[in-house]
Design a protein around this ligand. Sequence first.
Ligand SMILES: NC(=O)c1ccc[n+]([C@@H]2O[C@H](COP(=O)([O-])OP(=O)(O)OC[C@H]3O[C@@H](n4cnc5c(N)ncnc54)[C@H](OP(=O)(O)O)[C@@H]3O)[C@@H](O)[C@H]2O)c1
Length: 262
Amino acid sequence: MKHRKTVFLPGINLMKLSTTSLMKFACILTTALLILSIMQTVAIIGGTGPEGRGLGLRWVRAGLKVIIGSRDANRASAAAQEICGRAGPGAIVTGMDNTAAVAASDTVVLAVPFEGQASILKQLKGSFQAAAVLVCATVPLASGVGDRGTRVLGVWQGSAAQQAAEMVPEGVAVAGAFQNISAELLAGDGDVECDVIVCSDDARAKQVAFELARKIPGARPLDGGKLENARIVEQLTALLITLNIRHKVHGAGLRITGLSTP
Ligand SMILES: NC(=O)c1ccc[n+]([C@@H]2O[C@H](COP(=O)([O-])OP(=O)(O)OC[C@H]3O[C@@H](n4cnc5c(N)ncnc54)[C@H](OP(=O)(O)O)[C@@H]3O)[C@@H](O)[C@H]2O)c1
């Protein structure tokens, strides 16, 4: 006599199910696993900061799997828990050290202060998945070297995004995006109502950045051309900071008019 192995799942004794029910159950389980596997995962380097946290919150709410990266795994877990609490049921978000986060996803967002960017990318170089996409949200604000946040530093490569592109392993494509979206807006519950100008020399990286932007309610991705244009986009953030100060707000953003793009 053949014995079926007893398998317990929470609240379900599979031995007691009829063959039809078992098949239905297997079908539901397979569908659930398929949905989980095709859900995009995005890792955020520097995800414990306001910008990374805000982006993470919006993407978790949109149903993406988010990995919060940090130099400290405990700090990453604490940030992930906080996002989970805010995003509500169904949220899939975990915290890891930056190295593990980068290794776990082929979509990586960089949200660290410019002064830490080169050294963190050097550390993470061996951890990127082959053919990963890196979306750089870094702005080289002069406040990082004790000057004003309303100024940007001159970057040898032209922009933070171009510096990142120079530092990632071959095969990793880079786009610059999200540099103009205020963390304050991202942390709220309303639509952000901003344009996200995406600059890249790689069509796939552009597409990934576009998809990420579309997941944020109110954000409109716009093709900003080559990666070299990230220099202009990054500088606009310094102008937005000036506007925030002058108008005593925290969420100034950009909307480009006159385009046919919806
Ligand atoms: N805040 C905004 O509204 C905003 C808007 C648009 C763009 N941005 C840009 O997005 C980036 C992140 O902004 P943020 O305000 O979130 O910055 P942040 O709070 O200063 O830094 C973000 C995270 O980066 C990590 N970090 C700090 N120093 C580092 C270093 N030297 N090396 C490696 N990692 C370091 C920290 O995480 P761990 O200590 O956990 O590793 C920190 O929580 C910046 O380049 C900023 O210009 C910000």
